[in-house]
Ligand binder design. Structure first.
Ligand code: NDP
Length: 286
Protein backbone atom coordinates (compact mmCIF):
# COMPACT_ATOMS: atom_id res chain seq x y z
CA UNK A 1 0.00 0.00 0.00
CA UNK A 2 1.29 3.47 -0.82
CA UNK A 3 -0.12 6.36 1.09
CA UNK A 4 -2.00 9.23 -0.48
CA UNK A 5 -0.03 12.46 -0.08
CA UNK A 6 -2.02 15.15 1.70
CA UNK A 7 -0.43 18.10 -0.04
CA UNK A 8 -0.57 21.40 1.78
CA UNK A 9 0.42 23.04 -1.50
CA UNK A 10 -2.61 21.72 -3.36
CA UNK A 11 -5.05 22.25 -0.48
CA UNK A 12 -3.75 25.74 0.37
CA UNK A 13 -4.03 26.84 -3.28
CA UNK A 14 -7.64 25.63 -3.41
CA UNK A 15 -8.56 27.38 -0.15
CA UNK A 16 -6.79 30.57 -1.22
CA UNK A 17 -8.79 30.62 -4.47
CA UNK A 18 -11.98 30.44 -2.40
CA UNK A 19 -10.81 33.23 -0.10
CA UNK A 20 -9.86 35.38 -3.08
CA UNK A 21 -13.35 34.94 -4.55
CA UNK A 22 -14.91 35.96 -1.25
CA UNK A 23 -12.71 39.06 -1.07
CA UNK A 24 -13.71 40.12 -4.62
CA UNK A 25 -17.37 39.49 -3.78
CA UNK A 26 -17.23 41.58 -0.60
CA UNK A 27 -15.45 44.43 -2.35
CA UNK A 28 -18.01 44.51 -5.17
CA UNK A 29 -20.71 44.63 -2.46
CA UNK A 30 -18.99 47.73 -1.05
CA UNK A 31 -17.69 45.94 2.07
CA UNK A 32 -14.24 46.55 3.57
CA UNK A 33 -11.04 44.94 2.33
CA UNK A 34 -9.74 42.52 4.98
CA UNK A 35 -6.57 43.92 6.54
CA UNK A 36 -4.01 41.84 8.46
CA UNK A 37 -1.23 43.48 10.44
CA UNK A 38 1.76 41.73 11.97
CA UNK A 39 4.18 42.89 14.64
CA UNK A 40 7.63 41.35 14.22
CA UNK A 41 10.18 41.97 16.94
CA UNK A 42 13.86 41.39 16.17
CA UNK A 43 15.51 39.59 13.27
CA UNK A 44 15.06 35.88 13.94
CA UNK A 45 15.41 34.41 10.41
CA UNK A 46 12.61 31.84 10.81
CA UNK A 47 10.17 34.42 12.23
CA UNK A 48 11.07 36.92 9.50
CA UNK A 49 10.47 34.24 6.85
CA UNK A 50 7.10 33.31 8.39
CA UNK A 51 5.96 36.92 8.45
CA UNK A 52 7.10 37.50 4.86
CA UNK A 53 5.08 34.42 3.84
CA UNK A 54 2.01 35.80 5.58
CA UNK A 55 2.37 39.17 3.82
CA UNK A 56 2.73 37.37 0.45
CA UNK A 57 -0.44 35.37 1.18
CA UNK A 58 -2.33 38.61 1.85
CA UNK A 59 -1.23 40.00 -1.53
CA UNK A 60 -2.32 36.78 -3.22
CA UNK A 61 -5.86 36.75 -1.85
CA UNK A 62 -6.43 40.51 -2.02
CA UNK A 63 -6.06 41.46 1.65
CA UNK A 64 -4.31 44.61 2.74
CA UNK A 65 -1.33 43.92 5.00
CA UNK A 66 0.86 45.98 7.30
CA UNK A 67 4.14 44.84 8.79
CA UNK A 68 5.37 46.59 11.92
CA UNK A 69 8.99 45.68 12.47
CA UNK A 70 10.45 46.56 15.86
CA UNK A 71 14.10 46.12 16.84
CA UNK A 72 15.27 43.25 19.07
CA UNK A 73 15.90 45.87 21.75
CA UNK A 74 12.26 47.13 21.81
CA UNK A 75 10.81 47.36 25.31
CA UNK A 76 7.50 45.78 26.34
CA UNK A 77 6.09 49.34 26.56
CA UNK A 78 7.00 50.01 22.94
CA UNK A 79 5.31 46.79 21.84
CA UNK A 80 2.25 47.62 23.95
CA UNK A 81 2.10 51.05 22.31
CA UNK A 82 1.98 49.43 18.84
CA UNK A 83 -0.69 47.02 20.08
CA UNK A 84 -2.78 49.92 21.35
CA UNK A 85 -2.52 51.63 17.96
CA UNK A 86 -3.67 48.48 16.17
CA UNK A 87 -6.52 47.97 18.65
CA UNK A 88 -7.71 51.51 17.89
CA UNK A 89 -7.19 51.44 14.13
CA UNK A 90 -10.58 50.64 12.55
CA UNK A 91 -8.97 49.81 9.18
CA UNK A 92 -7.12 46.83 10.73
CA UNK A 93 -9.37 43.74 10.79
CA UNK A 94 -6.97 41.67 12.84
CA UNK A 95 -3.32 41.29 13.73
CA UNK A 96 -0.72 38.94 15.12
CA UNK A 97 2.38 39.35 17.23
CA UNK A 98 4.86 36.92 15.68
CA UNK A 99 6.20 34.40 18.21
CA UNK A 100 8.63 33.66 19.73
CA UNK A 101 9.16 36.99 21.46
CA UNK A 102 12.74 38.05 22.27
CA UNK A 103 14.09 36.37 25.39
CA UNK A 104 12.85 37.93 28.60
CA UNK A 105 9.84 39.70 27.11
CA UNK A 106 6.63 39.07 29.07
CA UNK A 107 4.40 37.00 26.72
CA UNK A 108 1.37 37.24 28.98
CA UNK A 109 1.28 41.03 29.18
CA UNK A 110 1.46 41.22 25.41
CA UNK A 111 -1.10 38.52 24.81
CA UNK A 112 -3.60 40.09 27.20
CA UNK A 113 -3.23 43.52 25.56
CA UNK A 114 -4.48 42.25 22.20
CA UNK A 115 -8.12 43.13 21.57
CA UNK A 116 -9.79 39.66 21.48
CA UNK A 117 -11.90 40.89 18.54
CA UNK A 118 -8.68 41.36 16.55
CA UNK A 119 -6.78 38.34 17.89
CA UNK A 120 -6.61 36.39 14.61
CA UNK A 121 -4.06 33.94 16.06
CA UNK A 122 -6.77 32.92 18.54
CA UNK A 123 -4.29 32.87 21.44
CA UNK A 124 -6.03 35.33 23.80
CA UNK A 125 -7.52 33.44 26.78
CA UNK A 126 -10.98 34.77 25.89
CA UNK A 127 -10.75 33.19 22.45
CA UNK A 128 -9.26 29.96 23.80
CA UNK A 129 -12.26 29.80 26.14
CA UNK A 130 -14.69 30.53 23.32
CA UNK A 131 -13.11 27.78 21.23
CA UNK A 132 -13.40 25.29 24.08
CA UNK A 133 -17.06 26.24 24.53
CA UNK A 134 -17.78 26.03 20.79
CA UNK A 135 -18.68 29.75 20.58
CA UNK A 136 -17.89 31.75 17.42
CA UNK A 137 -14.22 32.72 17.49
CA UNK A 138 -10.88 32.56 15.72
CA UNK A 139 -9.40 29.08 15.75
CA UNK A 140 -5.67 28.74 16.40
CA UNK A 141 -4.16 28.72 12.93
CA UNK A 142 -2.23 25.43 12.98
CA UNK A 143 -5.00 23.11 14.24
CA UNK A 144 -7.42 25.08 12.05
CA UNK A 145 -5.08 24.43 9.11
CA UNK A 146 -5.06 20.69 9.89
CA UNK A 147 -8.88 20.68 9.80
CA UNK A 148 -8.83 22.55 6.47
CA UNK A 149 -6.35 19.99 5.09
CA UNK A 150 -8.63 17.12 6.14
CA UNK A 151 -11.66 18.92 4.72
CA UNK A 152 -9.94 19.49 1.38
CA UNK A 153 -9.20 15.78 1.07
CA UNK A 154 -12.71 14.93 2.28
CA UNK A 155 -11.42 12.96 5.23
CA UNK A 156 -14.15 12.60 7.80
CA UNK A 157 -13.23 12.68 11.47
CA UNK A 158 -16.56 11.55 12.87
CA UNK A 159 -16.34 8.33 14.85
CA UNK A 160 -12.61 8.05 14.24
CA UNK A 161 -10.01 7.70 16.96
CA UNK A 162 -7.64 10.65 16.70
CA UNK A 163 -4.44 10.42 18.72
CA UNK A 164 -2.49 13.65 19.09
CA UNK A 165 1.12 13.57 20.25
CA UNK A 166 2.12 16.86 21.91
CA UNK A 167 -0.03 19.09 24.14
CA UNK A 168 1.24 22.62 23.50
CA UNK A 169 -1.21 25.51 23.86
CA UNK A 170 -0.83 26.44 20.21
CA UNK A 171 -1.05 23.02 18.53
CA UNK A 172 -1.72 19.76 20.38
CA UNK A 173 -4.13 20.89 23.05
CA UNK A 174 -6.49 22.91 20.79
CA UNK A 175 -6.22 20.15 18.15
CA UNK A 176 -7.66 17.64 20.63
CA UNK A 177 -10.45 20.06 21.64
CA UNK A 178 -11.44 20.74 18.02
CA UNK A 179 -11.39 17.09 16.92
CA UNK A 180 -13.32 15.98 19.98
CA UNK A 181 -16.03 18.61 19.93
CA UNK A 182 -19.55 18.10 18.72
CA UNK A 183 -19.47 19.85 15.37
CA UNK A 184 -18.11 20.05 11.88
CA UNK A 185 -14.78 18.22 11.56
CA UNK A 186 -15.13 17.09 15.14
CA UNK A 187 -16.92 14.10 16.65
CA UNK A 188 -13.71 12.12 16.79
CA UNK A 189 -12.62 10.36 19.95
CA UNK A 190 -9.57 12.44 20.73
CA UNK A 191 -6.69 11.18 22.84
CA UNK A 192 -4.05 13.73 23.83
CA UNK A 193 -0.62 12.25 24.55
CA UNK A 194 2.66 13.81 25.70
CA UNK A 195 6.06 13.05 27.14
CA UNK A 196 4.60 11.48 30.30
CA UNK A 197 2.38 9.06 28.38
CA UNK A 198 3.58 5.50 29.09
CA UNK A 199 3.76 3.07 26.17
CA UNK A 200 3.22 5.81 23.62
CA UNK A 201 3.44 3.48 20.61
CA UNK A 202 0.61 1.36 22.05
CA UNK A 203 -1.56 4.49 22.14
CA UNK A 204 -0.58 5.78 18.71
CA UNK A 205 -1.16 2.35 17.14
CA UNK A 206 -4.82 2.76 18.06
CA UNK A 207 -5.12 5.90 15.97
CA UNK A 208 -7.21 6.11 12.81
CA UNK A 209 -5.85 9.65 12.58
CA UNK A 210 -2.42 10.28 14.11
CA UNK A 211 -1.27 13.85 14.57
CA UNK A 212 2.35 14.55 15.49
CA UNK A 213 3.18 17.92 17.09
CA UNK A 214 6.28 17.12 19.10
CA UNK A 215 9.27 19.02 17.74
CA UNK A 216 11.54 15.95 17.38
CA UNK A 217 12.73 15.05 13.89
CA UNK A 218 11.42 11.71 12.65
CA UNK A 219 10.15 10.70 16.11
CA UNK A 220 7.06 8.90 14.81
CA UNK A 221 8.15 5.76 12.96
CA UNK A 222 6.49 2.68 11.52
CA UNK A 223 6.19 1.09 14.98
CA UNK A 224 3.82 3.92 16.03
CA UNK A 225 1.40 3.55 13.13
CA UNK A 226 -1.56 1.24 12.59
CA UNK A 227 -1.71 0.03 8.97
CA UNK A 228 -4.13 2.25 7.08
CA UNK A 229 -3.91 5.19 9.48
CA UNK A 230 -3.99 8.82 8.35
CA UNK A 231 -0.83 10.58 9.55
CA UNK A 232 -0.59 14.34 9.90
CA UNK A 233 2.86 15.77 10.57
CA UNK A 234 2.82 19.18 12.21
CA UNK A 235 6.52 19.20 13.10
CA UNK A 236 8.92 21.64 11.53
CA UNK A 237 12.50 20.90 12.53
CA UNK A 238 15.68 22.17 10.99
CA UNK A 239 18.26 19.41 10.51
CA UNK A 240 21.46 20.36 8.69
CA UNK A 241 19.72 23.25 6.91
CA UNK A 242 16.85 20.98 5.82
CA UNK A 243 13.28 21.11 7.14
CA UNK A 244 11.99 17.79 8.41
CA UNK A 245 8.84 16.77 10.24
CA UNK A 246 8.19 14.79 13.41
CA UNK A 247 7.34 11.75 11.29
CA UNK A 248 9.84 9.44 9.60
CA UNK A 249 8.12 9.98 6.25
CA UNK A 250 9.85 7.22 4.28
CA UNK A 251 9.42 4.66 7.07
CA UNK A 252 5.75 5.42 7.73
CA UNK A 253 4.64 5.96 4.13
CA UNK A 254 4.21 2.23 3.30
CA UNK A 255 1.83 1.72 6.25
CA UNK A 256 -0.29 4.85 6.21
CA UNK A 257 -3.30 5.34 3.96
CA UNK A 258 -2.56 9.06 3.80
CA UNK A 259 0.26 11.25 5.06
CA UNK A 260 1.16 14.94 5.01
CA UNK A 261 4.72 15.83 3.97
CA UNK A 262 7.16 18.33 5.50
CA UNK A 263 7.75 20.76 3.94
CA UNK A 264 4.66 21.27 1.79
CA UNK A 265 2.16 20.09 4.38
CA UNK A 266 0.66 21.63 7.51
CA UNK A 267 2.94 24.70 7.45
CA UNK A 268 1.16 26.05 4.38
CA UNK A 269 -2.21 25.23 5.90
CA UNK A 270 -1.40 27.22 9.04
CA UNK A 271 -1.12 30.27 6.83
CA UNK A 272 -4.54 29.51 5.33
CA UNK A 273 -5.96 29.28 8.85
CA UNK A 274 -4.69 32.79 9.52
CA UNK A 275 -6.22 34.09 6.28
CA UNK A 276 -9.57 32.51 7.18
CA UNK A 277 -9.48 34.17 10.59
CA UNK A 278 -8.67 37.54 9.03
CA UNK A 279 -11.52 37.20 6.55
CA UNK A 280 -13.81 36.49 9.48
CA UNK A 281 -12.36 39.46 11.40
CA UNK A 282 -13.31 41.83 8.57
CA UNK A 283 -16.95 41.26 9.61
CA UNK A 284 -16.23 40.94 13.34
CA UNK A 285 -15.46 37.84 15.37
CA UNK A 286 -19.13 37.04 16.02
P1 NDP B 1 6.19 22.33 22.15
O1 NDP B 1 7.64 22.13 22.35
O2 NDP B 1 5.49 23.47 22.77
O3 NDP B 1 5.42 21.01 22.57
C1 NDP B 1 5.91 19.74 22.26
C2 NDP B 1 5.01 18.68 22.86
O4 NDP B 1 5.55 17.41 22.50
C3 NDP B 1 4.93 18.73 24.37
O5 NDP B 1 3.58 18.59 24.79
C4 NDP B 1 5.77 17.55 24.82
O6 NDP B 1 5.30 16.93 25.98
C5 NDP B 1 5.59 16.60 23.65
N1 NDP B 1 6.70 15.67 23.60
C6 NDP B 1 8.03 15.94 23.61
N2 NDP B 1 8.75 14.82 23.61
C7 NDP B 1 7.86 13.80 23.62
C8 NDP B 1 7.99 12.40 23.66
N3 NDP B 1 9.20 11.80 23.69
N4 NDP B 1 6.87 11.66 23.65
C9 NDP B 1 5.66 12.24 23.63
N5 NDP B 1 5.48 13.57 23.61
C10 NDP B 1 6.57 14.33 23.60
O7 NDP B 1 6.02 22.34 20.56
P2 NDP B 1 4.88 22.97 19.60
O8 NDP B 1 3.58 22.29 19.82
O9 NDP B 1 4.97 24.42 19.60
O10 NDP B 1 5.47 22.48 18.19
C11 NDP B 1 5.57 21.11 17.87
C12 NDP B 1 6.22 21.00 16.49
O11 NDP B 1 5.35 21.61 15.54
C13 NDP B 1 7.55 21.73 16.35
O12 NDP B 1 8.35 21.00 15.43
C14 NDP B 1 7.18 23.07 15.75
O13 NDP B 1 8.22 23.64 15.00
C15 NDP B 1 6.03 22.65 14.85
N6 NDP B 1 5.06 23.71 14.57
C16 NDP B 1 4.60 23.76 13.29
C17 NDP B 1 3.66 24.67 12.94
C18 NDP B 1 3.15 24.64 11.54
O14 NDP B 1 2.66 25.64 11.05
N7 NDP B 1 3.23 23.50 10.85
C19 NDP B 1 3.16 25.68 13.89
C20 NDP B 1 3.64 25.49 15.23
C21 NDP B 1 4.58 24.54 15.54
P3 NDP B 1 5.32 17.66 27.44
O15 NDP B 1 4.17 18.63 27.40
O16 NDP B 1 5.10 16.54 28.39
O17 NDP B 1 6.65 18.33 27.56
Amino acid sequence: MMAQILSGKVAAAAWKDKIKEQVSARISEGKSQPHLAAILIGNDPASSAYVRGKVRDCDEVGFQSTLIHLPETASVEEVLAEIAKLNNNPSVSGYIVQLPLPKGMDDTRILLAIDPEKDVDGFHPENVGRMALGLPTYLPATPFGVLLLLEHYQISTEGKHAVIVGRSHIVGSPMSILLGRNGKLGNATATLTHSKTPNLAEMTRQADILIAAIGKPGFINASHVKPGAIVIDVGINRVEEKLVGDVDFEGVMPFASAISPVPGGVGLMTRVGLLMNTLRAADGRG
